[in-house]
Write a protein that binds this ligand. Structure first.
Ligand code: SAM
Ligand code: SF4
Length: 430
């Protein structure tokens, strides 16, 4: 059933039956020509190290080892150098460091990598970094701030000890509240807290407690994700993976409704499908510009009509760069229709956009291309369309994500699952 919905949507929105990623390393000439028509770029840097492997986590990561991390830092700098001539003086208007856990490298090369990026590229933006609560002691927080990081995200996950235990998180509610408190007094522009909901056995009362506690703690932003079971994780491989059962969907809907009520009541606004940000605070988010370069193992680059993906394996990544080779493993060319559908999807995901931006990007009227869909979604109460701006409603936000997960869980499982098993896959078909 999910497979049929996926195929139908893919076909309707992009005209494609399948998406083929193939083993192809672009030449410097090709990269240069892709960048020629791009004025501003984002950067995503992946740090694939963690001090533990959590049973539910789908991200590309391996256990932290200082020697590997130090080699990795040198390889990232080498990768930046390989891109430097091609990128030239184009402004970098968004810089996100995700993981894994980037703060594992606080004392094994992160400052060096950020410094090198500042030296070599034209960085004109704030830096956003993901962190683990156990890393947020006073010394580490000042080290983070002194690297010029202005936006910090903390993976809190739950505010009940029994759920933290089930998730195998190595801290208590008391400890994690203290970590977030220290981060909040460090003076970052935005501190985001990640939590998961719809955990097994979690009650609505517990979600209410969590929402109120986050508001009381004064966090600038909350990103609340329902727990998903990815087939290749330890959690996905055990128990009955049922992401789309009707009871599970209703539970998620009810819990998200509770969080919406609490955050709106406390002066937060929705800034993406799952994120609520205090009014007036700059939001914490991943790459904010539509086009970006991906650095590090599993870094993905989206350069208008092409998407490249680096090898997932940290050692294979390091080895490629030590031999002056790009670490790109897979590429896919994107048709005009795929680009349009992708653009629209991401703008709606950010909850609001101007129709004029679509015209500017694609040179045609949004209503001409997607008017029928917009009308239908407006009638269903998923979108509000005032003629100039399209805004996602709360109902739309929930269903957009449910719809997205039909794609992402399957696509992520195939693409990330294959890329983790095979360092340089011949091809991946989505
Ligand atoms: C890279 S991790 C966060 C940073 C850090 N590694 C940590 O664990 O504290 C990104 C976030 O994705 C969310 N996440 C991870 N696995 C998930 C899953 N299976 N379902 C829903 N959300 C998930 C969690 O909220 C997690 O904090
Ligand atoms: S949740 Fe965070 S710490 Fe745990 S494995 Fe994933 S990235 Fe690493």
């Amino acid at each position: 059933m999910e497979h049929l919905i996926r195929q139908l949507l893919l076909r309707t929105l992009t005209g494609e039956r399948e998406i083929h990623l193939t083993k192809r390393v672009p030449s410097r000439g090709e990269l240069g020509s892709k960048l020629q028509s791009i004025d501003a770029l984002g950067i995503y840097l992946h740090i694939p190290f963690c001090e533990q492997i959590c049973p539910y986590c789908p991200y590309n990561k391996e256990l932290y080892r200082r020697d590997v991390a130090e080699r990795y830092a040198r390889a990232v700098k080498r990768e930046v150098d390989l891109y430097a001539d091609i990128v030239g003086s184009r402004p970098i208007t968004s810089f996100y460091i995700g993981g894994g856990t980037p703060t594992t490298m606080l004392h094994s090369g992160l400052a060096d990598v950020i410094g090198h990026i500042r030296d070599v590229l034209n960085l004109q933006c704030d830096i956003h970094v993901e962190s683990h609560p156990n890393h947020l002691n006073a010394d580490n927080l000042s080290a983070i701030a002194s690297m010029g990081i202005q936006h910090l995200s903390v993976g809190v996950e739950a505010l009940q000890d029994r759920h933290l235990e089930w998730l195998c998180r190595p801290y208590t509610v008391e400890g994690v509240k203290a970590s977030v408190g220290r981060a909040l007094s460090q003076g970052f522009r935005c501190v985001n807290v990640d939590v998961m909901f719809a955990l097994p056995g979690q009650t609505c009362r517990e979600i209410e407690q969590t929402g109120h506690a986050l508001v009381e703690m004064g966090v600038d932003q909350v990103a609340a994700y329902p727990l998903f079971r990815f087939p290749y994780t330890r959690l996905g491989g055990t128990g009955k993976a049922n992401n789309y059962g009707i009871l599970q969907i209703l539970k998620r809907r009810r819990m998200l409704g509770i969080l919406e009520g609490i955050f709106y009541g406390a002066g937060y606004e929705r800034t993406s499908v799952w994120a609520f940000t205090k009014r007036g605070v700059p939001r914490y988010c991943s790459v904010t510009v539509p086009l970006y370069l991906g650095l590090g193992a599993s870094g993905g680059s989206y350069l208008r009509d092409v998407f490249y993906l680096n090898t997932f394996d940290a050692s294979a990544y390091v080895e490629a760069l030590e031999n002056d080779r790009m670490a790109i493993a897979l590429s896919v060319d994107l048709s005009e229709r795929m680009q349009r559908a992708g653009w629209l999807y991401w703008r709606i995901y950010e909850t609001k956009f101007r129709k004029a931006d679509y015209r500017e990007r694609f040179g045609e009227d949004l209503d001409r291309a997607y008017g029928g869909y917009l009308k239908l979604l407006t009638l269903l109460g998923y979108l509000k369309d005032d003629g100039e701006r399209v805004v996602l409603s709360d109902r739309g936000a929930f269903w957009l994500h449910a719809f997205e997960d039909i794609f992402s869980i399957d696509y992520i499982s195939k693409l990330w699952g294959t890329s983790r098993r095979d360092l340089w896959p011949e091809k991946v078909i989505l």
